[in-house]
Design a binder for this molecule. Structure first.
Ligand code: ADP
Length: 261
């Protein structure tokens, strides 16, 4: 609580009273703290690949690398870091666009089975490349959704990318969908590494990575983007997971949601 007291003077400059302003600053301070942490995180995440690029290019420019093989390795590290930086910048832009664009999200009618079949076709190939079995079960009858197809596809892609990333070969991924009169639910299940109960509440936070040392390929922003999209669509996303057993991410899509604002 922040208290500000201002004296009130009369015409003879005598203190005639006081005005007290009582303001609950806990919420605004908490937001400010979150913002500061976010900026610090962004800076840190950007600085890491930039420092690596600088060190590698300096070493190469100074002709300090004796043999061709090491040179090649350094160039491929540089490519890797550049790609990481690109992913990070793209994810940050997506997030900030989602958060700052005040315009209502464009809605259109589309068939959910059709969208999911398209995505499933691509991911069956990607999963196959890693030796993961991929199954997709569509609705017996397609239903129309009134939402934003590109954004729904983006959420699917984030969840399926993760399912592949965190499942080893011989594992399974299932893309499933159910529907009642009001709501379509989409499920992405995997038999991957799972998430511990202590990490589970945090995975939708920006930059949260469970395995900080090994998760170099991820930006830690995928699920934060998925969460932001789902919020903007007025829908829900949740996760159930068991360590070493696997995870199921579920999100809702309201049927006839055009009536929502
Ligand atoms: P990242 O880019 O690190 O994958 P995300 O925001 O997409 O970032 O996910 C945050 C963290 O949640 C990941 O680092 C990972 O530890 C965990 N996670 C996400 N999806 C899964 C999954 N399907 N199985 C196990 N862990 C997962």
């Amino acid at each position: 609580l922040r208290i500000t007291i201002c004296p009130l003077e009369d015409e003879l400059n005598h203190i005639a009273g006081a005005v007290g302003l009582f303001r609950d600053v806990t919420e605004s301070e908490r937001l400010e703290q979150t913002r500061r942490e976010y900026v610090a995180n962004v800076s840190h995440e950007l600085r890491t690949p930039v420092s690596a690029l600088r060190a590698l290019s300096e070493t190469l420019a100074d002709d300090m690398v004796p043999d061709e093989d090491t040179k090649k390795r350094y160039y491929s590290h540089m490519l890797h870091e550049t790609m990481r930086l690109t992913r990070l910048i793209n994810d940050l832009l997506t997030l900030s666009r989602l958060q700052s664009d005040p315009a209502a999200i464009q809605r259109e009618e589309f068939k959910i089975n059709e969208l999911m079949t398209n995505v499933a076709d691509r991911y069956a190939v990607l999963a196959g490349e890693k030796g993961i079995e991929f199954s997709f079960s569509a609705l017996p009858e397609d239903v129309m959704i009134n939402s934003n197809m590109d954004l729904v596809e983006q959420v699917l892609i984030i969840l399926l990318d993760n399912a592949i990333k965190y499942t080893s070969s011989q594992g399974n991924i299932l893309l499933d969908v159910s529907s009642d009169d009001n709501i379509v639910k989409i499920f992405v299940s995997d038999t991957g590494i799972g998430i511990s109960p202590s990490d589970l509440p945090h995975i939708f936070e920006r930059f949260y990575k469970v395995d900080k040392a090994h998760a170099t390929q991820g930006t830690g922003l995928g699920l934060a983007i998925a969460f932001e999209i789902i919020q903007r669509l007025g829908e829900e996303i949740y996760v159930e997971s068991q360590l070493e057993k696997g995870s199921t991410f579920t999100f809702t899509l309201s049927r006839n949601s055009g009536v929502r604002s």
